[in-house]
Design a protein around this ligand. Sequence first.
Ligand code: SAH
Length: 393
Amino acid sequence: MNKLILKPGREKSLKRRHPWVFSGAVARVQGKPESGETVEICSAAGELLAVAAYSPRSQIVARVWDWRKREIDQGFFRARVVAAAAARRELLADGVTDAVRLVYSESDGLPGVTADRYRDTVVLQLTSAGAERWREAIADALLEAGGAARVWERSDAEVRELEGLPPASGALRGPREPMRFTITENSLKFAVDLERGHKTGFYLDQRDNRAHVRALARGRDVLDGFCYSGGFALNALAGGARSVLAVDSSAEALQLARANAELNGLAGADWMEGDVFQVLRRLRDERRQFDFIVLDPPKFAPTAAHAAKAARAYKDINLLAFKLLRPGGLLVTFSCSGGVSAELFQKIVAGSALDAGVQAQIIERLGPGADHPVALNFPEGDYLKGLVCRVNG
Ligand code: SAH
């Protein structure tokens, strides 16, 4: 088999079972592996460390499939998908939710494979050369083991460029229609648009946190910044919020949000198209006040290299949010930036409170649900962090 031979001393992270091989760690490539092909990773001393998928165009030149010598074939993918799906069974059995993440990439031993199940449809996103090469085997495994009737591909994430892969979307298994249908999350209905929705169609990682917002919203004036299809806003209404103002810059997202409000018979939200950075300033100038603000912005820092710029953006919106809160008000603020650690995020939010001139406390820390596990050997999987802060009265 083709091999990547590492430089002396560069086997350390693999021995700790970190599943990435960086190009700078490789002394030489033995043989002529193609993009996505399985290679053996060997130390300078010739010890076999892992079998991995080769990605010649990426800085992450190989991603580990397994730590022992084994055949990577259809059976391998079937077994990994079965294991990942089994771990989610309980989540789907609660009778109030029919949308979960089935496969979460490195955390489920399948680097570059994300699969979200929406009712009978699995939406698949492939983001690595290895995953790309095994597309058909992965689609079959999801159909067999994922309990689904169709597999739809949404491999249009920008990160594919880093692997030299073109975008790809559409039906992989099963019918093309319907491209838009309704899912249920904690008894609320949401329309998912397979073709045009963000990411795979819905932000499944916030399921538990949306339920939490529902539980906290009663009687409060709520602002949902970066609302997308209305996940937090509708939960706030369902929880008895007095008023809800929801803001997003995407007209299409707001269309979905309005449709979702109707689906659930939840009137009373004011859906506003705009840039949250500007809207918060305007609300401040108008001296508007809220009891509860949710900020769930997009990924400002995909990697640590973007951390400084991202920090300024987080600082800005959280500072403005603190200014808009009445005494006793709650701020539920998130970062889904892999490049901003939980510790750094807390520091940024502390700086925001300081500059806003408010005294605030963290009363809870939030993360994604159990269908977004973090493998202990892959801390990079731990991207979503949230703080519930209370402004002292
Ligand atoms: N809270 C949502 C997910 C938010 S995703 C949920 O529960 O489903 C981030 C959203 O921010 C996207 O809908 C995107 O359209 C929007 N967005 C990105 N930049 C923005 C900006 N500057 N102002 C307002 N919305 C923005």
